[in-house]
Each structure stands twice: as structure tokens, then as C-alpha cells.
Design a protein around this ligand. Structure first.
Ligand code: C2E
Ligand code: MG
Ligand code: MG
Length: 623
């Protein structure tokens, strides 16, 4: 048997020599030792050697056992089949649930809660039935906190077991933390896409079983990117957090209202990423009820937010899809809510739209348009047309506006009012816009070289291009490369492009203006700013939107407005171009009210470069 003790000693040394994490559980160790014992005991019997343990050896074994318990965090129970404690030892850990030593001979159900005792007893029964190791977890609440334990039980004889119980609360908490991170958005603490889809799946199963309605909302903050880009990411983050809170609050209140009627209502708000949020409304009574929630959300989001002394305004566009009409699965409902949201954006933002099939067709069409446009640039399907601008007094051509044209190989001409917004959303406008500037400068230089009388060509520049720091350089290098006299290039900007970010626009416009280029304010009257507000921008020309010109002969108010705009513009030192002049009476009215220039079908539609040459005249003949 001395061999046995030598082996035991080696095993203990090796066991204790391992670092905590690589050290196998004590139960496994005891199992191996137990096997050893049986083997050596058999040998002993076979050799018929009498076993006599010296007291020294006994002492040593005892000490070594003690050492093991010093090294492990487990609590050790030796129990009989009924759950009575035969021996109890505690490893080194401050987190033991059972700290008392008076456990001997007590039954486990006198020591722990009934629930935990029951688990233990089930464990004992299973271990003795299978005669192998069984592992199970226990949840114990004490000191007002939840504690998790792992119990490993193994048979000792046919009717006794040994249990090693370890506190695994920290590991459990880490696991829960990981699960939380995997299912929540770290910025807002809201459920993320994954959790939302899980809940939606459950919600749909529930709706199907109970034959009830469910709504999915897709929200996108309007102009969030602009705020993020101009005011910084900190402000953007804060805005998202506050918006998340507000949306959750609306849902909470809607739930509370509905609770009287339906206790199962279980709504959920999630952040999909970026400035997109999704909402699930379960068990909604009617589309009216859904609309009411959407209205409250729009209201909540549009309340001004104070961040670092800034008043930040935002709004949201909401798309809504309803189960079962608009789709029966998670992906379809989300896709359709997204299409409806896109439609809400097109309808002028800050509103909600219910999905209908035509939106789906529209979004498919839009995707097709997007990919066709990418090819259009590469295949050179884009060109510039020019529309003359004529002096009201002399009737002479004094300038022209360059307007982009896209001739699709199959669909023919596609209107810029259709594809420019898409180009703006996808950033393709940057490439297209640069090409427009380059082409207009090239054309102007070509006409100059061929001896035509020089007139100003105005190009349209979108808000996104204005936001690009490189815009003044792009304009400067094209002027430089073509040797164009800067005053012969005009830049047209809309009111909204300027007033969204006035400070940025002001400095950018000054940089452009410093090149000697002329600036026009396009579509004036459609925005919401006053002329006196606009006077701080270095604008040369005001273009009255065609919507006002159209009705000047029939609508008294429009007539008065146009008159006032012309007078105001002149007092601010700007000249005025009237857009969309189609009729002689309109021209007459404009002339009578001192409008400087007209542009419209009355004189000419936008035409290809070769056609406008006839109207240009040679410089040496006219000048
Ligand atoms: P816009 O800059 O206000 O251009 C004037 C629009 O009015 C042009 O439409 C022109 O064809 C149209 N128009 C001119 N005279 C009349 C008229 O007498 N009656 C009517 N009903 N319409 C008239 P178009 O070419 O379809 O362009 C639409 C808009 O697309 C432009 O409005 C402009 O905002 C944008 N756009 C055009 N080319 C470009 C470009 O190169 N870059 C950018 N960013 N936008 C462009
Ligand atoms: Mg224009
Ligand atoms: Mg215009």
C-alpha cells in the first residue's frame, strides 16, 4: 500500500501544482484517486499483504487533504441517500452560502430552502441510479442578491454521494453581461436589431395564434447626418440617446393606456443602427390606434433638444407595416415598413405613412434607378442642356443655365427631378456635380475659343456639394484649367441648401465668391427664410421660383409677392431672374415691375449646346 500513498502524493502534488484555471474539478481528482485506491486494494488483496498504515502516513494523508481544501473554492458534502450530511468541509472562499459548521447529521432540507433541497435530493437519486457524476446548477437568493452555484455530485458507495458545490455567480454575471451586449445597443441601451427581430418573431407567433393585428414601424431621423457632421458626434450621440428615451416613453405611455383593455400588449422599441429605430406594437386594436402612436412619436421627437447650449431640432419620418396584410414574416414586414418610411421622407419628412404595394414597386424602381445611374456615369449617358436667360429690357440673351440631362439607352430621357434626389441620397451627386462644373467650364471655353460672345453659364450645385470643403477648390481648378474668366461662371444654390447650416454656407460662399464667380439663389420663395435674413449671404442674383410666376396674372397674392420680391431684391443690390416664364402676359407683368431677366419656355426650352449657338452670336459681330 505504500505504492498507493506514493502515487497519491504524486497526484496531489501535480494537482496542486496546476494553476487554478487548468486544475480539473476536485470531483474528477477524487474519482481518479478512488480508482487508484481500488486498483491498489485489489493488488493488496491478491498478494494477501496486510495493510498497516503507519500513523505517520495517516497524518500525512490528512494534511494533504487539508491542503487540497485550502486550495479549492468548493464546499464539500458527504451525504447519504436520504440527504443527511455525513461530513462537510469547506474550501477557501468567502462566498459560501452555508457558513455554519453545525451541519453534521442534519438533513439537507433542514439546512437550505425547500427548493434547493429538492434539487439536491433529485441529484442524489440520479447519481445513485446512474452511478456516475451528475452536474447541476442552483439558484439561491440571499442578502437580497441572486447567487448561482454549480454542484457536482458523484457516488461514493451504493448509497452515499459526495457533492462539491462552487459559487459561479461571477461567471454567470459575465455570461449575462455578454448576452446583454449581444442583444443591446451600447449607445442607447435599447434592444438592438437582433433582439428586436427575436421579439418580433415571438410577437408574430403570438399574433398568429390569437388572430390579432401587429404593427411594425420603421423610423428615421430627418437630416441626422447633417447634425452629426456639423455639430459633432458628441451632439449626434446625445441626440440619439434623447430620441431613444422619448420613443420609449411614448411606447410606455401607450402601453399603459392600452393595459386596461389588453394585458398582453407587449411593445418594443429598438435601435437598428445609425439614426434608424424600429418599433413593434403588439395587439393593436385598429389602424387609428397605430396612427395615434405614430403621431405621438413625431411630436415627441420634434420637441427641441438642448445640448451644450445648442438648441437642436430634429424630426422623424415613420413607415408602418401591419401584420397580416403587409407581410407575415419578420423580413417582409421590416422591408415594407422601410419602403413606407422612404415614402414618408419623400412626402416632406416629419410624417408617417402606412405601407401599400405601390411603395414596394417604387422602392424596387428606385433601386433599379440607382444602379442604372452608376452605369450612366461610366457610359457617358449624361449631358448638359442650356436654357437661355434673356434681358427683359433688351430682349438679348444675357446668360444661360446648364441643366443636366440623362438619356437612358432604353427608357429615354429621365428627368433630373427624378434622378437628382436619388443621386443626392447616395452621394453620387458629388461625382455628377463635379462633372457638371467641369463640362460647363469646358463648353464655355470652347465657345470662347470659337469666337462666340461670352455670356455667363450658371450651374446648379446641390446642398451636399456645398457641404464639401473641396467645392471652392474644384471650381477654382476648373476655372484655372480652362482659363475661363470667373465672372462668366455662375453657381445656383437653393435657399434650403444655405439655411440648414448658415455658418458653414456663409464661409463657403465667401470662398467661392472670392474666386470672382457669381452666386444665384434658386427657387426663391419656396423656402421659409425672409429676404432680410438672406442679405448676409453674398448673393448676386435672386431667381423667383416658377410656382409664383405661373399665376401672376390670375392670383393677386402671387402678383403682390413677386412685386415685393423684386423691389426687396433690388434694394439689397441683387438682380432678379424670373423662372418658368411661358406666357407673354407674364413677361409683360414682370417687365412692368422691373424684373431684370427672364428664363422660360416663352423664349426657349433648355437645348443642346449646338442649338444654343444660333442664339449666342459671334462676339465680334454683336459686341
Ligand atoms: P431648376 O434649377 O430650378 O431649373 C429650372 C427647371 O425649370 C428646369 O427643369 C427647366 O427645364 C424648367 N423650366 C424652365 N423654363 C420653364 C418653363 O417655362 N416652364 C416650366 N414648366 N419649366 C421650365 P429641369 O431641367 O427638369 O431640372 C429640374 C431641377 O433639377 C432643376 O431645377 C435643378 O434643381 C435640378 N437640376 C438640373 N440640373 C442639375 C445639375 O446639374 N445639378 C443639380 N444639383 N441639380 C440639377
Ligand atoms: Mg437652377
Ligand atoms: Mg429653379
Amino acid at each position: 500500500m505504500t505504492d498507493y500513498f506514493r502515487t497519491l502524493k504524486q497526484r496531489i502534488d501535480r494537482y496542486l501544482g496546476k494553476v487554478d484555471i487548468t486544475r480539473p474539478p476536485l470531483s474528477d481528482f477524487l474519482h481518479v484517486v478512488d480508482e487508484d485506491y481500488r486498483r491498489f486494494d485489489d493488488d493488496r488483496r491478491r498478494l494477501d499483504h496486510s495493510l498497516t498504515l503507519s500513523s505517520e502516513e495517516l497524518l500525512q494523508a490528512n494534511e494533504e487533504m487539508h491542503a487540497i481544501f485550502q486550495a479549492i473554492p468548493d464546499q464539500f458534502f458527504h451525504l447519504d441517500a436520504d440527504g443527511r450530511v455525513i461530513t462537510y468541509k469547506s474550501g477557501q472562499s468567502s462566498k459560501h452560502y452555508l457558513t455554519t459548521d453545525r451541519l453534521l447529521n442534519k438533513n439537507i432540507d433542514e439546512i437550505v430552502s425547500l427548493e434547493v433541497a429538492l434539487k439536491f435530493k433529485e441529484g442524489i437519486a440520479e447519481v445513485l441510479r446512474r452511478m456516475s457524476v451528475v452536474v447541476f446548477e442552483l439558484v439561491v437568493i440571499y442578502d437580497k442578491r441572486v447567487h448561482y452555484y454549480e454542484a457536482r455530485m458523484m457516488p461514493v458507495q451504493v448509497n452515499e454521494v459526495v457533492a462539491l458545490v462552487r459559487d459561479i455567480t461571477e461567471r454567470k454575471q459575465a455570461e449575462e453581461q455578454i448576452a446583454y451586449l449581444a442583444y443591446h445597443d451600447s449607445l442607447t441601451g435599447m434592444p438592438n436589431n437582433r433582439l428586436f427581430k427575436d421579439r418580433l418573431r415571438q410577437g408574430l407567433a403570438h399574433a398568429q395564434r390569437n388572430n390579432i393585428m401587429l404593427a411594425v414601424m420603421f423610423l428615421d431621423l430627418d437630416r441626422f447626418k447633417l447634425i452629426n457632421d456639423t455639430m459633432g458626434h458628441d451632439v449626434g450621440d446625445k441626440l440619439l440617446q434623447i430620441t431613444a428615451e422619448r420613443l420609449s416613453e411614448v411606447i410606455r405611455r401607450s402601453d399603459a393606456l392600452a393595459l386596461n383593455k389588453s394585458p398582453i400588449l407587449n411593445s418594443s422599441v429598438a435601435r437598428l443602427g445609425g439614426d434608424e429605430f424600429t418599433v413593434m406594437l403588439e395587439d393593436v386594436a385598429s389602424t387609428r390606434a397605430i396612427a395615434r402612436v405614430a403621431e405621438r412619436m413625431i411630436e415627441a421627437v420634434s420637441e427641441p433638444i438642448r445640448i451644450n447650449d445648442h438648441e437642436v431640432y430634429t424630426s422623424t419620418s415613420i413607415g408602418i407595416a401591419i401584420y397580416p396584410e403587409d407581410g407575415e414574416d419578420v423580413d417582409k414586414l421590416l422591408k415594407h415598413a422601410d419602403a413606407a418610411m422612404y415614402h414618408a421622407k419623400k412626402e416632406g419628412r416629419n410624417n408617417f405613412q402606412f405601407f401599400n404595394q405601390s411603395m414596394n414597386d417604387a422602392s424596387v424602381e428606385r433601386l433599379a434607378l440607382e444602379s442604372a445611374m452608376r452605369k450612366a456615369i461610366a457610359n457617358q449617358e449624361l449631358s448638359l442642356y442650356y436654357q437661355p436667360q434673356v434681358s427683359v429690357v433688351s430682349g438679348q440673351l444675357v446668360g444661360m443655365e446648364a441643366l443636366i440631362r440623362w438619356e437612358h439607352p432604353e427608357k429615354g430621357f429621365i428627368s433630373p427631378s427624378v434622378f437628382i434626389p436619388v443621386a443626392e441620397e447616395t452621394d453620387m451627386i458629388m461625382e455628377i456635380g463635379e462633372w457638371v462644373i467641369q463640362e460647363a467650364c469646358r463648353q464655355a471655353a470652347e465657345w470662347r475659343d470659337r469666337g462666340f460672345r461670352p455670356v455667363r453659364i450658371s450651374v446648379n450645385v446641390s446642398a451636399k456639394q456645398l457641404r464639401d470643403k473641396r467645392l471652392p477648390d474644384i471650381i477654382a481648378s476648373n476655372i484655372f484649367d480652362t482659363g475661363l474668366e470667373p465672372k462668366y461662371l455662375g453657381i445656383e444654390l437653393t435657399e434650403s441648401a444655405i439655411i440648414i447650416e448658415p455658418d458653414m454656407a456663409l464661409s463657403r460662399l465667401h470662398n467661392i465668391k472670392a474666386l470672382g464667380v457669381k452666386l444665384s439663389l434658386d427657387d426663391f420663395g419656396t423656402g421659409y427664410s425672409s429676404l432680410s435674413y438672406l442679405k448676409r449671404f453674398p448673393i448676386d442674383t435672386l431667381k423667383i421660383d416658377q410656382a409664383f410666376v405661373r399665376d401672376i396674372r390670375v392670383d393677386q397674392e402671387d402678383a403682390a409677392l413677386v412685386k415685393a420680391i423684386i423691389a426687396m431684391a433690388h434694394s439689397l443690390g441683387m438682380d432678379v431672374v424670373a423662372e418658368g416664364v411661358e406666357l407673354a402676359e407674364q413677361l409683360e407683368f414682370l417687365g412692368a415691375n422691373a424684373c431684370d431677366t427672364i428664363q422660360g419656355y416663352l423664349f426657349s426650352r433648355p437645348v443642346p449646346a449646338a442649338e444654343i449657338e444660333h442664339m449666342l452670336g459671334k462676339a465680334h459681330i454683336i459686341d
